[in-house]
Design a protein around this ligand. Structure first.
Ligand SMILES: Nc1nc2c(ncn2[C@@H]2O[C@H](COP(=O)(O)OP(=O)(O)OP(=O)(O)O)[C@@H](O)[C@H]2O)c(=O)[nH]1
Ligand SMILES: [Mg+2]
Length: 397
């Protein structure tokens, strides 16, 4: 999670992970990044198979499977962070490992470019979106420019492969070779003659690379403030994937559910008060307001949608359930539908076996589809919600 200071990143983080972290109405409350486990929500296959499951790492609540993912709440970025301003490169470095970015913005425009509180509506959130993209692109340009002359000259003289060279140069940024090759193609640059690339070309290449390697969605936060609505409409007219959110509302609902005051699953569009007599008048009022202003108007608080969107839409992942016994849908300990994995669309049965355990991959013989009981070869491309058993010469240790 990235964005300028004081927009609600830590509130979002705390709502998604239930980890208590400092939240304040001032810039730079977070300095060291917060890391935690959040969940993506999917419809579990347990209802279809009519079984009662025993998840191990994930959670299943009435047929809603919550699959763990790692969420990192970065410190706020201010203009020119790429040149070291504010807490600068320190947070940009956090972004290195990220698969996708959730850009939290203050849709109500109630914080200025540096994250200081200002009158709602006085800051344009569209500018915040552009600012962050610029920072990220310039950060990449800076990394690329370092030693660029030497790299481009060596491509020209020893006819090296630019994709391989850039892959090594950008190691640690979790950027794949196909993404690098695609970014070169999309920027219409000559990979044989990087020596002729201008600074503008390098910027265009970095921009393309950013889109491919660090896909980003916008979590338009503070929808509880009415002024945010018109800004969200403007944002939705652009190419960005925009998810309206209220991190504060989600935090309140999650904490109330945790205290058993209400029944509410992350991403639900309603909640149910379990013990009305245990609520103070003020708590009741807050819950009523969330119900009217957020859930009735926007359907959900948006936090779960943002997490789901990051995995299922931006990263195009699917959910797959590995089992060891296709009759009972269990592992060797008898746990039913014990695991749910998120894998990229296009993953083959053999690649999936490697993901579970390298031994399973190395000894891969075939897989079995728990629905049809048919054998699946190593090149079988896994479909969303597949339940499969991997048969391997080498079992799990
Ligand atoms: N109205 C409203 N306020 C919110 C919402 N989410 C967070 N806030 C408030 O925004 C302020 C900043 O929240 P934080 O979560 O600390 O913001 P941050 O982006 O982590 O800030 P830094 O750590 O400084 O970068 C706090 O006063 C929050 O209560 C929301 O959904 N609605
Ligand atoms: Mg914070």
């Amino acid at each position: 999670m990235v964005g300028k200071p004081n927009v609600g990143k830590s509130t979002f983080f705390s709502a998604a992970t239930l980890i208590p972290v400092p939240i304040e109405n001032r810039p730079f409350t977070t300095i060291k990044p917060n890391r935690g486990i959040a969940y993506v929500r999917s419809s579990c296959v347990c209802h279809e198979f009519e079984v009662c499951d025993d998840p191990r790492q994930s959670v299943c609540i009435d047929g809603v499977r919550l699959i763990p993912i790692e969420l990192v709440d970065c410190a706020g970025l201010v203009p020119d962070a790429w040149q070291g301003r504010g807490l600068g490169n320190f947070f940009l470095d956090e972004i290195r490992r990220a698969d996708a970015l959730i850009h939290v913005i203050d849709a109500a425009g109630a914080t200025d470019a540096e994250g200081r509180p200002c009158a709602p509506g006085s800051q344009d959130p569209l500018e915040d979106v552009q600012f962050l993209e610029h920072e990220l692109t310039m950060w990449l340009v800076q990394i690329l420019q370092k030693d660029w002359r030497r790299l481009s000259q060596s491509i020209a003289t020893i006819r090296g492969n630019l994709v391989d060279e850039l892959y090594n140069k950008l190691s640690g940024l979790a950027i794949s070779k196909p993404a690098i090759a695609e970014a070169i193609r999309n920027s219409a640059l000559d990979p044989e003659r990087p020596i002729e690339w201008t600074t503008q070309d390098l910027r265009e290449f970095a921009n393309q690379l950013r889109h491919l390697a660090k896909p980003m969605l916008i979590a338009a936060n503070k929808i509880d403030l009415s002024i945010s609505e018109q800004n969200i409409q403007r944002l939705q007219q652009t190419d960005y994937m925009v998810i309206p959110c209220s991190a504060e509302a989600e935090l309140i609902l999650r904490r109330a559910a945790n205290q058993d005051l209400i029944s509410y699953r992350p991403g639900d569009s309603t909640f149910h008060v379990k013990h009305p007599d245990k609520l103070t008048k003020q708590q009741q009022q807050v819950l009523d307001t969330i119900d009217k202003q957020i859930l009735t108007r926007w359907e959900t608080t948006g936090i779960q949608s943002a997490l789901n969107c990051a995995f299922y839409d931006l990263l195009q992942m699917i959910t797959v359930y590995p089992v060891e016994n296709v009759e009972r849908l269990s592992d060797h300990n008898g746990n039913i539908l014990p695991d749910a994995f998120l894998v990229p669309t296009g993953t083959t049965a053999k690649e999936f076996a490697y993901r579970i355990h390298s031994d399973l991959g190395e000894g891969f013989l075939y897989a079995i589809d728990a629905r049809s009981h048919k054998r699946l070869g190593e090149d079988y491309v896994i479909a969303d919600r597949d339940v499969i058993k991997i048969v391997s010469t080498r079992g799990r240790k």
